[in-house]
Design a protein around this ligand. Structure first.
Ligand code: SF4
Length: 311
């Protein structure tokens, strides 16, 4: 998918209004996380290459910025793992020559053990890596990484990155019930995060539909308690609370509702049908699930959204 590489701006709890940029096609990733909200990874990879050339991304972004869009952040991420794009450094420096809007990178952190990846991220203003496990066993259960990635390398890469990177690191920890949610697990996270020294720690959980249907969330109260263990720079980012609804949202919500009124659809169906990026669809779906106008249905190993029928 290279025809629509820029999406949003979408409202983000962490990033305000965020203009998303895809650096890899859906869904090129080094992980196949059980909790992934955009679907399963058909085949993991650690191969870095220009999956989408820098000039193509920058041309589309330039056109979008000329339309007058003014987000709080330009966010590299979206449809997979952005550090797999070997032209990431050119993309970041190209964005810097187009605008002074800060650049953020959403990464799973799996390739930070590679010096070229650490160097390529140097120009970003904020890097948001994931860190969901404190040992190899849990790492493989939750993130299901490519066979070339080990927990030790991944964690060491984060420490090395912290030592050389002068921008801000906002670390995300995704908590899954039964896998990494005990008090002793959180205390181990604290030992690791002390070594990474992130400016912020963001706690998330499975509030939205996940790749595997048996992944369960923890409560907001539990996450708040875990924040206390992790320290003053930790906060809950899982969207438990009802998002603010505006007119533009309502218009797109109506289109989604119309579509789901005809038949249940997957995230990919809605995305293709309405020409929206999967991450944009998720932003619209959240308030609709909260207001119970739509609901989630798991069937044949897939996650469907359907219009809620009154009891
Ligand atoms: S959550 Fe991120 S890192 Fe994990 S599989 Fe999905 S896109 Fe890849």
């Amino acid at each position: 998918m290279t025809d629509n590489l820029i999406y949003g701006p979408v409202p983000s709890r962490r990033l305000g209004l965020s203009l998303g940029v895809d650096l890899v096609p859906y869904k090129v990733c080094s992980y196949n996380c059980t909790y992934c909200q955009i679907g399963t990874t058909p085949e993991t990879t650690i191969e870095r290459k220009p999956y989408i050339p820098a000039h193509m991304i920058l041309d589309q972004l330039s056109a979008r910025l000329k339309e007058g869009v003014r987000p709080d952040y330009i966010t590299l991420g979206g449809s997979g793992e952005p550090t797999l794009n070997s032209q990431m450094a050119d993309i970041i420096s190209g964005i810097k020559s187009l605008t002074d809007i800060p650049v953020t990178v959403l990464t799973n952190g799996s390739l930070l053990s590679k010096k070229d990846v650490r160097n390529d991220l140097a120009g970003a203003d904020v890097v948001l890596p994931s860190f969901d496990a404190c040992d190899e066993k849990t790492f493989f259960k939750i993130n299901r990484p490519d066979s070339h990635i080990s927990f030790t390398d991944m964690a060491r890469g984060l420490i090395e990155f912290r030592n050389v990177y002068s921008g801000k690191i906002w670390l995300e920890i995704f908590i899954v019930k039964g896998l990494n949610d005990t008090e002793s697990a959180i205390k181990k996270f604290k030992q690791w995060t002390d070594r990474f020294s992130p400016e912020k720690i963001h706690l998330n959980t499975a509030v939205r539909p996940t790749a595997e249907s048996d992944i369960q969330r923890v409560s907001e109260e539990e996450l708040e308690y875990f924040c206390k263990i992790l320290g003053g720079n930790a906060e809950v980012i899982a969207p438990f609370k009802k998002p603010v609804v505006n007119e533009e949202l309502m218009d797109t919500e109506k289109k989604i509702l119309n579509m789901l009124g005809r038949r249940p659809c997957t995230l990919a169906d809605i995305s293709a049908g309405l020409g929206l990026h999967p991450n944009e669809v998720l932003k619209y779906a959240d308030p609709m699930i909260n207001r119970q106008t739509i609901e989630i249905l798991h069937a044949n190993g897939k996650t469907f959204y359907r219009k809620k029928i009154d009891d």
